[in-house]
Design a protein around this ligand. Structure first.
Ligand SMILES: *[C@@H]1O[C@H](CO)[C@@H](O)[C@H](O)[C@H]1NC(C)=O
Ligand SMILES: *[C@@H]1O[C@H](CO)[C@@H](O)[C@H](O)[C@H]1NC(C)=O
Ligand SMILES: *[C@@H]1O[C@H](CO)[C@@H](O)[C@H](O)[C@H]1NC(C)=O
Ligand SMILES: *[C@@H]1O[C@H](CO)[C@@H](O)[C@H](O)[C@H]1NC(C)=O
Ligand SMILES: *[C@@H]1O[C@H](CO)[C@@H](O)[C@H](O)[C@H]1NC(C)=O
Ligand SMILES: *[C@@H]1O[C@H](CO)[C@@H](O)[C@H](O)[C@H]1NC(C)=O
Ligand SMILES: *[C@@H]1O[C@H](CO)[C@@H](O)[C@H](O)[C@H]1NC(C)=O
Ligand SMILES: *[C@@H]1O[C@H](CO)[C@@H](O)[C@H](O)[C@H]1NC(C)=O
Ligand SMILES: *[C@@H]1O[C@H](CO)[C@@H](O)[C@H](O)[C@H]1NC(C)=O
Length: 473
């Protein structure tokens, strides 16, 4: 593994394969005295750039010795992608401002000297699309994740039954599910043994959805969402630094924000970005905070309806967990970041004690979005079957694994490996608000999440392809 350092920012050039946390970190013969998590660029890119594991609390990722996993329910964000179409024009505007100044004076010196030989990386028809080039490509990430979960959870498949995969109906999400499936089953077996179930993203799905929407709106939270991105003075510092270097250049803080946004996305198609070092680590801290605040108010704990939205999934997964493997052992689901953050909110595993604000960085906050929904991020719920131990009598337990780190539930961690006994987990989930009631799902729409019990085993959709952007074979 190659570790690349530029300024304070270091990152490891791993292929898009995601690390399975090892249990040997406490017993290496020479224990590192340096901790790099705080200096990893991927922890500051506003979940626009490549996947990165969650910083763990030290709890072993493997099941405890006296337990085995007998059911897994995962929801995964699509893999690394190009910028959203709404972001394209402002990114291109900021880039053109810089570029035309440098071209005009033919002054390829200073912080942006690399522009002489740098090209923009988004083909005009590729906005929104999953990426497929470079070591961090979204499609590679999904494929490798599938392979990794086959080695981790392959014992839960008998090699013969049809396994449904559930994806929301959005091109890049569908492609993520397909590649994950190819990685999990192997390319040929995927065609016959997986059954891709595509769930409409329409709000008329009511509660029978991976992408539920709330009819009620938190006006205060919405106001902050609508005001994004907001001004932070560190971005002015970057603008001043650039303007001072090039005669006639007049970038402002929104241009800086858009160039930083572009930088994060560049890594989804290329091994590295010359732009990372154009901005200081302090500026990246501000950029990351803008995105923490975004998710906090738009689809997280700063929005009064998000616990209810997330409880739909949490409550439905409880039914699967209580039924156990007789209802199926593998439930792989695929959706968007803003569908996962409400679930994390309902579970309360990253809800900060402080309120996030737009004028102060919440250093050390539990609501660090990089640890919650990076590209390709996933929440994996494991049902554990455990024998007697000093911790608890034999029984069924639940563990939450977020981006490959075990995250114990606050208030229920008395099982093996800090898991939660299923009965206690049940009381916790039963205390959550109701999505249907709080979000006023009309009676004319589905009132519960039913597709896990009512799915197709047909493989007819396994290889569906939407319109694809330029260059994708
Ligand atoms: C400029 O880009 C070309 C094509 O990508 C590459 O071969 C060359 O090494 C680059 N030159 C410099 C100085 O970076
Ligand atoms: C900068 O402008 C020149 C001249 O218009 C163009 O050839 C080049 O592709 C531009 N570079 C970027 C990175 O936009
Ligand atoms: C299987 O599919 C993946 C992803 O589509 C592709 O990268 C790989 O080359 C394929 N492998 C084989 C053996 O066909
Ligand atoms: C060219 O760049 C250098 C260093 O960045 C700067 O000192 C100089 O003023 C610039 N010249 C013009 C014409 O912009
Ligand atoms: C920055 O400049 C662009 C035009 O180049 C403009 O659209 C944008 O509103 C400006 N941002 C601010 C905060 O003034
Ligand atoms: C746990 O596993 C044992 C051994 O496979 C099995 O006999 C038992 O029924 C399982 N318990 C539950 C609650 O599934
Ligand atoms: C778990 O549930 C049992 C009864 O089912 C109860 O006695 C105990 O207090 C609960 N523990 C926690 C941590 O909720
Ligand atoms: C939780 O799920 C069960 C079973 O699907 C359902 O009967 C119940 O109404 C749900 N509870 C809430 C609060 O949505
Ligand atoms: C099962 O799914 C089909 C097709 O999506 C739907 O028409 C039907 O209403 C569902 N049945 C139940 C009981 O939810």
């Amino acid at each position: 593994m190659e570790r690349t350092c530029a300024g304070l920012i270091c990152f490891c050039l791993l292929p898009a394969a995601t690390a399975i946390a090892s249990s040997s970190v406490f017993s290496q013969s020479l224990i590192s005295q340096q901790v790099f998590d705080g200096e990893n660029f991927l922890k500051y890119d506003g979940v626009r750039g490549p996947y990165v594991d969650r910083v763990s609390y030290g709890v072993n990722r493997e099941p405890p010795a006296q337990c085995s996993v007998d059911q897994v329910i995962m929801i995964k964000r699509h893999g690394e992608r190009y910028p959203a179409s709404g972001e394209g024009p402002s990114i291109e505007q900021a880039l053109n401002k810089v570029n035309s100044t440098l071209v005009g004076s033919d002054n390829y010196t200073g912080d942006l000297a690399f522009l002489k030989n740098w090209t923009y990386f988004v083909p005009s028809d590729c906005y929104e699309a999953e990426t497929w080039t470079g070591p961090y490509a979204g499609l590679t990430d999904a494929y490798n994740h599938g392979k990794e979960y086959r080695s981790r959870y392959g014992h839960l498949w008998d090699g013969n039954s049809i396994v449904p995969l559930f994806t929301s109906d959005f091109q890049r999400v569908i492609e993520t599910a397909q590649r994950f499936g190819e990685g999990f089953f192997g390319n040929d077996t995927y065609s016959t043994k997986a059954a891709l179930n595509i769930i409409s993203e329409s709000s008329s799905q009511g509660a029978d959805s991976l992408t539920p929407t709330c009819r009620k709106q938190d006006d205060n939270a919405q106001k902050i969402c609508d005001g994004l991105p907001y001004h932070l003075p560190q971005l002015d510092v970057a603008a001043d630094r650039l303007n001072a270097q090039y005669h006639g250049l007049n970038v402002n803080w929104t241009d800086v924000y858009n160039l930083m946004l572009m930088t994060a996305y560049e890594l989804n198609t290329r091994p590295t970005s010359d732009w990372i070092d154009v901005f200081t680590t302090d500026e990246w801290v501000s950029f990351a905070h803008i995105w923490n605040t975004n998710f906090y108010y738009c689809s997280g704990p700063g929005n009064e309806y998000m616990r209810a939205v997330g409880s739909l999934y949490v409550n439905a997964t409880l039914s699967l967990l209580r039924e156990g493997p007789s209802s199926g052992s593998l439930f792989f689901n695929f959706a968007h970041d803003s569908n996962i953050t409400p679930i994390i909110t309902a579970l309360g595993i990253a809800t900060p004690s402080e309120t996030l604000t737009t004028d102060q960085i919440a250093f050390g906050t539990r609501w660090n979005i990089q640890d919650i929904v990076p590209m390709g991020g996933r929440l994996t719920i494991e049902r554990l079957n455990c024998t007697d131990s000093a911790l608890a009598p034999a029984g069924t337990f639940v563990r939450l694994v977020l981006n490959e780190a075990v995250v114990p539930l606050q208030g229920c961690q008395n099982g093996p490996g800090y898991s939660c006994p299923l009965d206690n987990y049940t009381s916790f989930v039963n205390g959550l608000p109701s999505f249907v009631a709080e979000c006023e799902v009309p009676k004319s729409e589905p009132q519960y999440l039913g597709f896990w019990w009512n799915y197709t085993t047909s493989n007819e959709k396994n290889h569906v392809r939407g319109s694809r952007c330029h260059g994708l074979a």
